[in-house]
Design a protein around this ligand. Structure first.
Ligand SMILES: [Zn+2]
Length: 269
């Protein structure tokens, strides 16, 4: 922890879920026939003078299209922790996949921070290949292009400081422009890994998730996440239901909906 840096509160909001099996989440599958559900999150970083939303989730219409269970609109549900999406000034998009980059019109005042490599990929020739385009929603990409024409997109090129205490880091791997977020908190440096590691097990057992643009980059991304987080307990994976189990809700009515990540994990974990 650095005393001269601001300390932010960090929240994970669970907005959707789906049933899945262990074999779905590791290259090469898994010998155990066991359930391993996937949760979908957006994150909020709240400081004294600045609120940053990390990823914007997908809509109920996209959930229906893709057979996901939509629990709540992530943009609207930010109100549960006192955030009005219409007032948010900064949105970080970790990558342009459908489960991270939808709902942008719900943030009409925000500047969007995305890696240039990710936008180039999402607008480039590979999107004619279904195997690569499948995880992108064309309308989300079009929306981001419109925001660029309106001057509201910041193209990050590699690692960049968003403001003192919050930095963005290009990892690649899962997608060419995958980035993760490092945040200074009361318990030190927390890393929102997003899909650099979907589950704790991906990064801890070094077993990659099957959707991958560049496997060596994904592996290097784990090392960078670990190097920039104060400990393994400061790494927050992108889709793991254990996040909700390991961290407390800000108040009891938000159990299972919001977890607070700038405080230590619960002692039983
Ligand atoms: Zn994802």
């Amino acid at each position: 922890m650095q005393n001269d840096l601001p300390r932010f509160e960090v929240y994970a909001m669970r907005y959707a879920t789906r049933t899945a099996m262990r074999r779905d989440h590791f290259i090469g599958g898994d010998p155990h026939e066991a359930s391993m559900p996937m949760d979908y999150y957006v994150w909020a970083i709240v400081g004294k003078t600045r609120t940053v939303v990390v990823d914007t989730g997908f809509s109920s219409a996209v959930a229906l299209l893709r057979g996901r269970e939509h629990l709540r609109c992530p943009a609207d549900a930010l109100r549960l922790i006192g955030i009005d999406a219409a007032e948010v000034q900064d949105v970080v998009i970790t990558h342009m996949h459908y489960d991270h980059a939808g709902n942008l019109p719900k943030f009409p005042g925000a500047r969007v921070h995305v890696q240039e490599a990710e936008m180039q990929f999402a607008c480039g020739r590979h999107m004619r290949e279904r195997v690569l385009a499948y995880s992108y929603e064309c309308e989300d990409v079009v929306c981001a292009v419109r925001l660029n024409f309106a001057g509201r997109v910041t193209f990050c090129q590699g690692d960049t400081e968003l403001c003192p205490g919050i930095s963005l880091h290009l990892a690649g791997g899962h997608t060419p422009g995958m980035q993760f977020v490092r945040v200074h908190t009361q318990r030190g440096w927390v890393v929102l890994a997003s899909d650099v590691a979907h589950y704790y097990e991906n990064i801890e057992a070094r077993r990659p998730f099957p959707i991958v643009a560049d496997l060596p980059q994904m592996v290097d991304g784990w090392s960078r996440v670990n190097a920039l987080a104060d400990s393994a307990q400061h790494v927050i994976p992108g889709h793991d239901p254990l996040v909700m189990a390991r961290y407390p809700a800000p108040r009891s009515s938000l159990e299972g909906i919001v977890a607070r990540l700038d405080v230590d994990p619960l002692s039983s974990c």
